[in-house]
Design a binder for this molecule. Structure first.
Ligand SMILES: NC(=O)c1ccc[n+]([C@@H]2O[C@H](COP(=O)([O-])OP(=O)(O)OC[C@H]3O[C@@H](n4cnc5c(N)ncnc54)[C@H](O)[C@@H]3O)[C@@H](O)[C@H]2O)c1
Length: 252
């Protein structure tokens, strides 16, 4: 019950890493605001949590639209009175193409969701955390925020930006007792990264990707969530401005 009575806001919480994080924080006693642009899956996540006795609510928001993100933060505070932990996790992968062939509209879309979405989240969450005199923000970046990833110009640009914004914001708000960190997952099996689908489209690629990871496997969703739980906890009370790889050694 490490997070008893803590209020946790998670974006992109209807699926994959965000959904698993919502369930894990509730298990540790938190009240979780599950947010996503997909309301059916978001409501289903909340039903799964509340049917097991947990406290959670769903709020639909598109992180790429600042007015919706502002409203999300306001509604979280109206409902639960505060935001102890905000996890800006919503993200999309974008096309797979070399830089010269990469579609401009897709580049702009990925940047708007992955980069502006995290900026909008922090911009809306920080005034509330400053008012509270404390807070924790965790942004979901990627190993693509630390190194290049061929055929993913938009995704790598967007995630490098998340790492930069995380470091800058951590420096700005440290004295106000607000910690800001990022996790940098490697390939983690979720709807966003589905090795079976990739194998069908490009036979042999999942095995090649796995071979590049020193631990020779993909990550489990729970391994990403465990890093979030630690970064959000008081055990990480002096950790801020970190881009924390959970990557089986890939970026080593
Ligand atoms: N799965 C991986 O291998 C991997 C690796 C590195 C980083 N990541 C990052 O982890 C995060 C979560 O990814 P996942 O693998 O769980 O993917 P996922 O597709 O399972 O979940 C992402 C969720 O974000 C939501 N979402 C997308 N765009 C949104 C928007 N504009 N507004 C609100 N919600 C939106 C989706 O509806 C979905 O529920 C992403 O930021 C992703 O880039 C994933």
């Amino acid at each position: 019950m490490e997070f008893k009575n803590k209020v946790v806001l998670i974006t992109g919480a209807a699926s994959g890493i965000g959904k698993a994080a919502a369930i894990a924080f509730v298990k540790e006693g938190a009240k979780v605001l599950v947010s996503d642009r997909n309301s059916n899956a978001g409501e289903a996540t909340v039903t799964e949590i509340t049917s097991q006795g947990g406290t959670a609510a769903f709020l639909q928001a598109d992180v790429a639209v600042f007015a919706e993100v502002e409203q999300l933060v306001q509604q979280t505070v109206d409902r639960y009175g505060k935001i102890d932990i905000a996890i800006n996790n919503a993200g999309i992968a974008g096309h797979s193409a070399k830089t010269a062939d990469y579609p401009i509209d897709d580049f702009e879309k990925v940047m708007q969701v992955n980069t502006a979405g995290v900026f909008y989240g922090m911009k809306a969450q920080l005034p509330q955390m400053v008012k509270q005199g404390k807070g924790v923000i965790i942004n979901t970046a990627s190993i693509a925020g630390l190194k290049g990833l061929p055929n993913s110009i938009a995704y790598t640009a967007s995630k490098h930006a998340v790492v930069g914004m995380t470091k800058t914001t951590a420096m700005e708000y440290g004295k106000q007792n607000i910690r800001v960190n990022a996790i940098c997952p490697v390939f983690t099996v979720t709807p966003l990264f589905n090795p079976d689908t990739i194998e069908k489209m490009a036979p042999g690629i999942p095995e090649k990707l796995k071979a590049n990871v020193p631990m020779k496997r993909f990550a489990e969703v729970q391994e990403q969530v465990d890093a979030m739980l630690w970064l959000a906890s008081d055990k990480a009370s002096f950790v801020t401005g970190v881009a924390f790889p959970v990557d089986g050694g890939l970026t080593a």
